[in-house]
Design a protein around this ligand. Structure first.
Ligand code: ADP
Ligand code: ZN
Length: 280
């Protein structure tokens, strides 16, 4: 039985995963989420399950829910994608599990956020609750910078940008940690090294291999357990004293950059994990 792959753009990552799945004998049927009409009449779809590699968060949320409604197991699940796709909801879930996250505050509108932000304290990081590649994440250093930032937010049309999510700035040693955890197992860990404070490899971040300490491995396993069954790229910030803070959990992890520096076969592990979850 074939495996459905929900995707819109097939990037290098998707090519690698699909190649590894096919090498393992899987038959794949790519569903272009932009073109596929989904019927809601509860027909069982002829698939062993589905892998989602959709890059649009909205399409991912609804697409996985529709596939689950049609009876399929989806990697990752709708529950995981809707939780991890929202940085605020993720932070709350991690805090409920007593895991370390950066100190944070939320204002549900930018209009009167300034006093609360000032009291929270600078420097801080203000970022959209939904989004990736570091887009629109900013680091106002004082009240004046925060004020214009709030004016910009108020001018944006999308309701999701009206939520102001601020975190303490974690002063880090020029790098962050990105860990790949699949089915509760830590498969590979890299540092993202950059001169910029946003170390995303989609920006200027350069991958270096990280040999995780037992403490870090324990934290990563606990994060995956708190979120649930799935495949994850977990962002961890480390301060200059070596304390860890879980920053976010990526549910459709990118790994360009990581594959080149890791000894472990990240792509093979991804494919093996998918086949374990979706037995044909
Ligand atoms: P994205 O989903 O866009 O990757 P992140 O929350 O991971 O959003 O922010 C992008 C990058 O900005 C992170 O990878 C990290 O390098 C940096 N960053 C984000 N939040 C903080 C913070 N509170 N302290 C220090 N650096 C941060
Ligand atoms: Zn990130």
């Amino acid at each position: 039985t074939p495996i459905a792959v929900l995707a819109s753009r097939i990037r290098l990552e998707e090519k690698l995963i699909l190649g590894a799945l096919e090498k393992r004998g899987a038959v794949l049927d790519v569903i272009d989420s932009r073109r596929h009409p989904f019927r809601l009449d509860g027909r069982e779809l002829p698939y062993a399950g589905a892998l989602s590699r959709e890059i649009s968060h909205t399409r991912n949320v609804y697409g996985t829910r529709l596939l689950e409604h049609a009876g399929l197991t989806v990697v990752n699940s709708y529950d995981v994608i809707s939780l991890c796709g929202d940085k605020l909801l993720t932070a709350l879930a991690l805090q409920d599990a007593r895991l370390p996250v950066p100190k944070a505050m939320v204002s549900l509108s930018p209009d009167h956020a300034l006093d609360g932000l000032t009291e929270f304290g600078f420097p801080m990081v203000i970022k959209p609750v939904i989004g990736s590649w570091g887009r629109l994440a900013s680091r106002p250093k004082d009240r004046e910078a925060a004020e214009t930032l709030m004016e910009h937010r108020a001018a944006l049309a999308s309701p999701q940008y009206q939520v102001v999510y601020a975190q303490e700035y974690v002063d880090k040693p020029g790098r962050d940690i990105k860990a790949y955890v699949m089915g509760g197992e830590v498969v590979g860990v890299i540092y993202k090294v950059s001169d910029e404070w946003r170390t995303n490899t989609a920006r200027t971040g350069r991958a270096e291999r990280c040999d995780p300490s037992d403490e870090l491995v324990k934290l990563l396993v606990a994060v995956a357990e708190a979120i649930g069954e799935g495949v994850y790229g977990i962002d961890v910030l480390e301060d200059r004293d070596g304390r860890f803070y879980v920053n976010e959990v990526n549910h459709t992890p990118e790994f360009h950059g990581a594959v080149e520096v890791l000894d472990t076969d990240l792509v093979g592990a991804y494919a093996d994990y998918v086949l374990r979850r979706l037995p044909s």
